[in-house]
Ligand binder design. Sequence first.
Ligand code: NAD
Length: 255
Amino acid sequence: MKLLENKRGLVFGVANNMSIAWAIAQEAHRQGAELGFTYLNEALEKRMRPLAESLEASLILPCDANNDEELDAVFAEAGRKWGKLDFVLHAIAYAQREDLDGRFVDTSREGFRVALDTSAYSLVAMARRATPLMTEGGNLLTLTYYGSQKVVPNYNVMGVAKAALEASVRYLAADLGAQGIRVNALSAGAIKTLSAKGIRNFNEMLKVSAERSPLGRNVFVDEVARAGTFLLSDYASGITGDILYVDAGWHVLGM
Ligand code: NAD
């Protein structure tokens, strides 16, 4: 029996074949899930469409998570096509490049708004639209990072956005549990992706975490993919409102 047999889910956040969402999507597909994908803009569509097609995607739609009409259209289409929805993978985040460098104190009002809106509120916006389709229960999974809990140089406003995202996971879990809907976050260790390259000195983060993590290395994206697929599956049926760390143990260190 495959873990996600008969499950249908929407995947937000595949930019290219390095994306964490792509790794989770591949594992989810191997485990029997039928998937729909979204892309942010036409430039990214060119890269992601062949990937999505290689997994026999049922839906490939545009979606800027800050655009309510596009969000409405994606969930309406999923409802038309599938009738019900089992899961949503939310793997999107954005902050202005100048806010991922230097001092957090220099974050502008607009930079703060953009980061929080795109990286945290977007989960709430998706939950509002997804849950009416989750008529047989379901679940929402988002991606976070330890910079929400502790100060990580240059992560800055994204750390604050991830803290809001993690709190949103808990509040959503409390609201939606009665409908059989689970909401969790997976806190991944540092992985080189398109977004990660926007963080100044990201290579230094990779180097330090590889040297110091309990496992003595960085996490592999397929480890994140397997743990994410577990959280999306009924094997995790007792888990909600939680943050699962998949970071080679980095977060347990005090010094
Ligand atoms: P990525 O660049 O491959 O993915 C980020 C995605 O966010 C892209 O697909 C991009 O199109 C999408 N996005 C940005 N703004 C958007 C918007 N307004 N509407 C819709 N989509 C939008 O990078 P990734 O590292 O795979 O990031 C996926 C998630 O994992 C993010 O939430 C990131 O914070 C988180 N994460 C990454 C790491 C890491 O080290 N790479 C570690 C922990 C958590």
